[in-house]
Design a protein around this ligand. Structure first.
Ligand code: AMP
Length: 459
């Protein structure tokens, strides 16, 4: 996962992009970067760590004058977590200087990389994004045909923003796996992973960039919008609404918050008959599902965990030992809320089982009388090849164990997963109920060809 944003036609482009990135920080905490152009020579700044590490006044005002900028926050899914692989990638080629930011995973990356290496290409990074730059550099024609022809070679998930001089180019792969939205602020256009970043800048969400669409923006005008390809069906990642996207972002014309409230309602319906004193979320991702559950079931909603906000998201850590430690430091139960109570605890998902196991142990030690654990999505049984870091099958607890076995391992009184049909209903746009989603992590059905294994690094 990653967060991307671009702004054009604005004297404050660098400030707007950095403020936007702060509002996409939930999509990745490992590195942050910005490229600016339009006035002086194109420049890029990157850092490991949070957006706040990168952007100080000196960089934003003095070192980054320009009118168009793109930015990126990174969460490694396909290559090494290092400054070298931090984005944007800026290159100088026959078409001039250009920079690119990418969210997703190019699934045929290894094959394309091998082909390019044989032809003599040189690679500086181990990230899949670099492939696109090679194709752009090698293509001839006008900007739109260069981009379209380059994209046709790529398979998998890519929401991309390209910056060339004063021009912004937004691209979404033809399945629409990852989100990408268009917004306006005054006379400038913004492209971003999520609408929350646009609204935080007091901008207006205009629309989603459609699957397969390429949009070229310059001087506050949409110069061209066209499709490089189409897929039979839209396959937007359903896990965005379950976990990744911010609740105030709009997806399929409703907020993610609304979808999560619905997930909670459907869970409550599935768990009818289970009595409890309170329903509580695992903060923050279980919050709205627990609220929806409470409203539907009339079971009192309580915040039973204190979250330490100074510890990052537990999963967005590149190693298991770091993940274990952050779970321990991050969530602490409130004794007066849970002690002696029969509780329903709602989290968004179980991946390896680290978080839920640790939380259940600590809830028991704090005196919870009975624990019913529920997840606002189905069991994750297959890895994601499209940009979410769900590990290979052997590490996925639900890929290798039945619900009954997981229940025993966790030591809970009941264990419920939201059914896939209910999840799809909760996430679907209000006007259309068909399945517009990639649910491959829940059903193993991949919309496109996937590599035989998940590549973490290039050797
Ligand atoms: P685990 O401890 O491995 O079972 O991970 C589950 C926890 O990580 C849940 O509380 C989720 O909120 C969060 N989570 C689930 N899937 C992901 C993902 N792909 N990336 C980051 N965080 C996730």
């Amino acid at each position: 996962m990653c967060g991307i944003i671009g702004v054009e036609n604005n004297e404050n482009a660098a400030v707007l992009v950095s403020a936007g990135l702060l509002n996409l920080q939930h999509r990745g905490e490992e590195s942050a970067g910005i490229t600016i152009s339009g006035k002086e020579k194109m420049k890029t700044f990157k850092t490991m760590g949070l957006v706040s590490t990168l952007f100080n006044e000196d960089i934003l005002i003095n070192k980054l004058p320009g009118t168009a900028a793109i930015g990126h926050v990174r969460y490694t899914t396909s290559s090494k977590s290092s400054l070298l692989n931090a984005q944007p990638f800026q290159i100088s080629c026959i078409h001039g200087n250009l920079a690119v930011v990418h969210n997703g995973n190019i699934t045929n990356f290894h094959q394309l990389r091998k082909e390019l290496l044989k032809k003599g290409s040189i690679f500086n990074h181990t990230s899949d994004t670099e492939i696109l730059l090679h194709y752009i550099a090698m293509s001839k024609g006008n900007l739109s045909s260069i981009v379209a022809n380059s994209l046709k070679k790529l398979e998998g998930a890519f929401s991309i923003i390209i910056l060339k001089d004063k021009t912004l180019i937004g691209v979404r792969d033809k399945n629409g796996y990852r989100p990408l939205v268009l917004g306006k602020i005054g006379n400038s256009y913004i492209i971003a992973s999520e609408s929350c970043a646009i609204e935080a800048l007091s901008g207006k969400y205009v629309r989603d960039i459609a699957p397969g669409e390429i949009i070229i923006i310059e001087n506050g005008q949409i110069r061209k919008s066209f499709f490089y390809g189409k897929s039979k069906k839209q396959n937007t990642c359903i896990f965005e609404q379950v976990y990744f996207s911010r609740p105030d972002s709009v997806m399929f014309s409703k907020t993610v918050r609304k979808a999560r409230l619905k997930m909670g309602e459907y869970l409550a319906e599935q768990m009818r008959g289970i009595k409890a004193d309170i329903v509580m979320p695992v903060p923050n991702s279980g919050y709205f599902a627990a609220l929806g559950f409470s409203r539907y079931s009339n079971i009192i909603f309580e915040n039973g965990f204190i979250r330490n906000y100074y510890v990052g998201r537990s999963f967005i850590k590149p190693s298991q030992s770091l993940r274990d430690l952050t779970v321990k430091l991050k969530l602490l139960p409130i004794k007066e809320v849970v002690s002696g109570k029969e509780i329903i605890v709602i989290d968004d998902s179980i991946v390896r089982g680290t978080t839920s196991k640790r939380l259940i142990d600590v809830l028991k030690r704090t005196g919870a009388k009975k624990i019913h654990f529920a997840f606002s999505c189905p069991p994750i049984i297959s890895p994601c090849y499209y940009g979410i870091d769900t590990p290979s099958k052997e590490h996925l607890i639900a890929a290798n164990n039945s619900t009954e076995r997981i229940k025993k391992y966790l030591g809970v009184d009941s264990l419920t997963f939201l059914r896939l049909d209910n999840l799809i209903k909760a996430c679907a746009p209000e006007s259309r109920k068909e399945n517009l989603f990639c649910c491959s992590c829940f059903n193993g059905k991949y919309p496109t060809k996937v590599p035989k294994k998940i590549y973490k690094e290039i050797v």
